[in-house]
Design a protein around this ligand. Sequence first.
Ligand code: UDP
Ligand code: MG
Length: 249
Amino acid sequence: CINQSAMDSVKMEKAEKYLSDHKIRPVFEYLTAHIIKTRPSHPLDAMILSLQELKANGLDGKKKPTVIFVLGGPGAGKGTNCQKLVQEYGFVHLSAGDLLRAAKQTDSDEGRLIAECIKNGDIVPGHITISLLKQAMNKDLDAIYLIDGFPREIKQGIEFERDITPCRFVLFFECDEDILVKRLLKRGETSNRTDDNEESIKKRLATYHNQSLPVIDYFDCYDKVKKINSAGTMDEVWDNVKKSVSSLL
Ligand code: UDP
Ligand code: MG
């Protein structure tokens, strides 16, 4: 009898450890509570159904949108290919940079701070960008959002995933720096952007290497990164994007 209870306690400990290591305790508790409450005649089917609901709506019961982060250096082709993805798959494109450029027009301290950060190639404080993204995403929770140019640093990624939803995957546009610089200077001839000039480009690239590239390693740990070679022509890059995205959907 003593042996039996010792064995039970070892089993309990193992079960507890498994639940906490795999972070499934809340899910397990939600499912068992649901089964006890509803006493369905087919408990397994009911569990599968509520797992599917849980996946769509999250533990707090609120529906979450689907998010794909689109990352890469400045001038890597994020915006161009996002527009094509919108046409091909009906995704909704949210460029963090565009949202910030619109917000910087407001005559306020926040507007001035955003303008300063953009010109200097610095990262705008995460809570500002996250709040703009949140506002834009509240409009349609059934959409698949391409979040372009965000998160710019690991902390922003963690905060976004905690407050809004975990991303489905990350599209990472890989390209050598000399090609990026050439593209940005060319774009600068017509873009009218305050940061498409030699001095700002240098600062943007430094910020990218020091703060934004580690975001890729972070998501790589979760096996969420799809790398896309974006050094070729627009058609070649779009071909790579289509292949990657269709294999992920
Ligand atoms: N930016 C930011 N947070 C973001 C996205 C953009 O702070 O999540 C700022 C940053 O100063 C960046 C600028 O906006 O250099 C332009 O960003 P955008 O993504 O439009 O340009 P890209 O780097 O893709 O050329
Ligand atoms: Mg862009």
